[in-house]
Design a protein around this ligand. Sequence first.
Ligand code: NAP
Length: 307
Amino acid sequence: MKVALVGIGKIAVDQHVPAIANSDDWELSATVSRNGSVEGVPAFTDLGEMLSAHPEVRVVSLCLPPVPRFDSAMQALRAGRHVMLEKPPGATIAECHALDAAAREAGLTIYATWHSRHADMVAAAKDWLAKRRLRRMTVTWKEDVRRWHPGQAWIWEPGGLGVFDPGINALSIVTEILPDDIHVASAELDVPSNCQTPIGARIAFHHPKGAEVTATFDWRQDGDQIWRIEAETDDGTLTLADGGAVMAVDGTPTGTAAPLSGEYPRLYAEMAALVTKGRRDMDLRPMVLATDALALGRRIATDPFHD
Ligand code: NAP
């Protein structure tokens, strides 16, 4: 299947290009980006021009930041192309519903990808939790923003999500592995005085069966980077560490890794399957939790942030 990549920035270069290059299912036919390109691949700066010049491109994979993504996604759908969306699938929930409706009406696939759900041990953790009663879940996502998002101004602008940009990865795993739906009960947001989005967040969730579920996201982490979910149950404690790559029960490593190797090869395999079956996948639960935390969260002004 021929695919075009739109928005040649960090994630396109780090993950999408190699995942496509190493797959027998996919061929990168074109890129659309104002400044970026991929060696040996026809490069465009305008999406409309690419769509006209490459009618054989069946899938457009959007790696733009969330705010500019809607217009490009709608343009691709109107041109009859299947669409794959980086996380988060849009800047607002209504936008995502509009894209899903447009895809449905046109008989096209749209896939809101959540790459962290495809980390090695997420499926194994889901299986393990399905058979147990949850008492407490503690989510800790602490990383150094300067290391992972150097020079990315959009993350601090409205719609950029701030620390929820990585935090939504944790929420995508939580909503995947928990058998019951949770919702935000309260939140505190640390917002640098010169930014529009939070650098830290603490969230408490309501769990329908009374488990205590909390999350801490922080972008000011020095030293060890932490992407960990701990779930205490009536039959042991599960730890999902390194963003879902490592699983342990009561401290003992366990679980079998998902098939294929790597989150992005799994995403592209899933997209190929969705297109082949004529299906859509627009699960907005992580987005609902993030936007509700931003709506409900008490804002605490903190030191200005300078990259
Ligand atoms: P990035 O490095 O800033 O790249 C985004 C690209 O989109 C830019 O290089 C830019 O390319 C293009 N773009 C078009 N309109 C833009 C605008 N208004 N503002 C900024 N860039 C614009 O960002 P990224 O880290 O790749 O993230 C892109 C998406 O992938 C985000 O939704 C993010 O959450 C997700 N993601 C990122 C990572 C990660 O580790 N970085 C991991 C997983 C998912 P041109 O200037 O050439 O047009």
